[in-house]
Design a protein around this ligand. Structure first.
Ligand code: PLP
Length: 411
């Protein structure tokens, strides 16, 4: 196995994250809840502080210097994110509140204009509630039908069953790139090709892929790609909706308000061009700028290196956890990101989570906002360790020792 120093400069990286040197319950923090939210490097924290200390003003409206500086910083951030995902145009990058905000925007705007009774939307069994509920809501409103692609016992998307579900009624396919609960990396390119061949648009939920793998929206040829800033070392409350220019141009506005208009009279309003048409009101300016700083930070390390290193962590942790009696891994897809969900016979995940927390180890327990997926496996929830590039092999050892201790206490 390659050692961590061969792939990335771990010591330098860890020193960038102030929170990693704190203690929790008197023990050094081992943060394995990166699937829920990642930690922030000083470089991102500094950019946000600098913005509030020296540049803050409202954007797109003022002629004064500060407003112009803030506008430039925000629009530069959009360009950085455009390059980060290789979008063709910067106006294809829409700032939202996050993955949830982006999916709700598409479900509402696309659904209002294009969905009619009897139309179908396809999702998969492993979707996060954010990629289920907005579709249920619009389907209910429009009399459309939500179809669900099943998965196998390893947690893999079943392509043949997907083919069978695709029909001329399918208007849109919305699937996650990486499952937050199972770690499964879905064959999204193939899903996109098949959907397009069938005349359906595709939305990819990139919440769990963007922090770990290089995403090229032009290469994927997806119609929408959505993600959150806070899972990729950026701030909370900001995220991205990428959409192809012509598709976004044809979507009706999602919310009305300032910035999204061209002209307003009491009789009629005309709408602004992209991206502003889909960004009503004062946005999360500091958030957008902070998110761009996070993208730059990750690029400087190298997304390929991040992916390779996290894979080593996953392999090592999987090998170690498999040696513990009574452990069952939920999600053993061949193609997997750095998420390790598990159960231990005779114990409850939340008891495990509470005990390892006392030993300084932060993991997630519960249904991970994927209740239908839990139903598929016939379980109420799992314990989940999810790794980031700033985690170490030594931390995996600490986690495994803590887990063994928890099991001993509980059984
Ligand atoms: C796969 C997936 N989709 C969507 C979301 C929702 O992201 P947010 O809460 O940042 O909007 C998450 C968050 O965990 C996720 O893992």
């Amino acid at each position: 196995m390659a050692t961590e120093t061969e792939i990335i400069d771990l010591q330098k990286i860890r020193s960038d994250f102030p929170i990693l040197s704190r203690e929790v319950n008197g023990k050094p923090l081992v943060y394995f809840d990166n699937g829920a939210s990642s930690q922030k490097p000083q470089q991102v924290i500094d950019v946000i502080s600098h913005y509030y200390e020296y540049e803050h003003s409202n954007i797109h409206r003022g002629i004064h210097t500060l407003s112009q500086e803030a506008t430039n910083a925000y629009e530069d951030a959009r360009k950085t994110l455009q390059h980060f995902i290789n979008a063709k145009h910067d106006h294809e990058v829409i700032f939202t509140a996050g993955t949830t905000g982006s999916i709700n925007l598409v479900a509402s705007s696309f659904g209002k204009k294009y969905l009619k009774e009897g139309d179908e939307i396809i999702i998969s069994t492993m979707e996060h509630h954010s990629n289920i509920v907005p579709w249920q809501m619009i389907c209910e409103e429009k009399g459309a039908i939500l179809k669900v692609v099943p998965i196998n016992d390893d947690g893999e998307f079943l392509m043949e069953e997907f083919n069978d579900l695709l029909s001329d009624k399918t208007k849109l396919v919305a699937v996650t790139h990486v499952s937050n609960t199972l770690g499964t990396i879905n064959p999204v390119k193939e899903i996109i090709e098949k959907s397009h061949a069938n005349g359906a648009l595709v939305l990819i939920d990139g919440a769990q892929s963007i922090p770990h793998t290089k995403v090229d929206v032009q290469e994927l040829d997806c119609d929408f790609y959505v993600f959150s800033g806070h899972k990729m070392c950026g701030p909370t409350g900001v995220g991205i909706l990428y959409g192809k220019e012509d598709i976004l141009n044809n979507l009706p506005p999602y919310q009305g308000g300032g910035d999204m208009i061209k002209t307003v009279t009491f009789e009629k309003t005309t709408y602004n061009s992209l991206p502003h048409k889909l960004e009503a009101g004062t946005p999360n300016i500091a958030g957008g700028i902070g998110l761009a700083a996070a993208a730059k930070y990750m690029n400087e390390i190298g997304i390929d290196k991040i992916e390779a290193y996290e894979h080593e962590l996953l392999i090592y942790a999987t090998q170690q956890i498999k040696q513990i009696d009574g452990v069952r891994i939920i999600g053993e897809a061949e193609n997997k990101a750095s998420v390790l969900s598990f159960l231990v016979d005779g114990t409850h995940p939340s008891d495990i989570g509470m005990i390892v927390d006392k030993l300084g180890v932060a993991i997630r327990t519960g249904h991970h906002c994927t209740e239908p997926l839990m139903d598929r496996f016939g379980i109420p929830g799992t314990a989940r360790a999810s790794f980031a590039f700033y985690n170490t092999i030594e931390e995996v050892d600490i986690f495994i020792t803590a887990l063994k201790r928890a099991i001993k206490m509980l059984l």
